[in-house]
Design a protein around this ligand. Sequence first.
Ligand SMILES: *[C@@H]1O[C@H](CO)[C@@H](O)[C@H](O)[C@H]1NC(C)=O
Ligand SMILES: *[C@@H]1O[C@H](CO)[C@@H](O)[C@H](O)[C@H]1NC(C)=O
Length: 158
Amino acid sequence: MYMMEISVTFLLTGCLIQGVFCDLINLPKRVEALEGSCVIIPCTFNIDQQYEQYLTDSAKRIWSKDLWSKNIVFDSSSPNTGPLRGEIFGTPTEKNCTTRFDNVEQKDNGSYYFRIESNDKLKYNYPKSVEIVIIGSGGGEGGDGGDGGKLCESALLD
Ligand SMILES: *[C@@H]1O[C@H](CO)[C@@H](O)[C@H](O)[C@H]1NC(C)=O
Ligand SMILES: *[C@@H]1O[C@H](CO)[C@@H](O)[C@H](O)[C@H]1NC(C)=O
């Protein structure tokens, strides 16, 4: 039996491992997604204290692929214009960058970098990336295709 399932490898990195110098972003190293399904990236970020005052809810939350900051694939301020569709949950000031990308394809396999852009004073590219690994839907078994979004939402509640 082939079960449609979202497999999320959640390797927590960050303060616990890194010791004194806490990373400003918490991302899994790697998440896996079935081709045609969706993927959830658990993510929280922080802002250097001296710039925190510039973080507002109108900040843009941006994902770039492969090339650090150069290849924008998703921008929360215009979520329907980039090559990837989906949603970043919550608001910027919650510092939660948990993201769902819908209907990922083989070409979306790669490393993703988060960027926050609030105004001239606060633009920050986080240097750590998450690798999204797309798993083929397996030798023409058909795959259910349809309801990735719902599956993803229920995965979040678990
Ligand atoms: C971030 O947001 C997601 C989606 O709303 C939620 O499931 C998660 O618990 C939040 N994480 C933190 C640390 O608040
Ligand atoms: C896709 O993911 C696999 C598994 O990690 C990796 O070996 C491969 O290099 C990736 N392909 C691209 C184009 O990034």
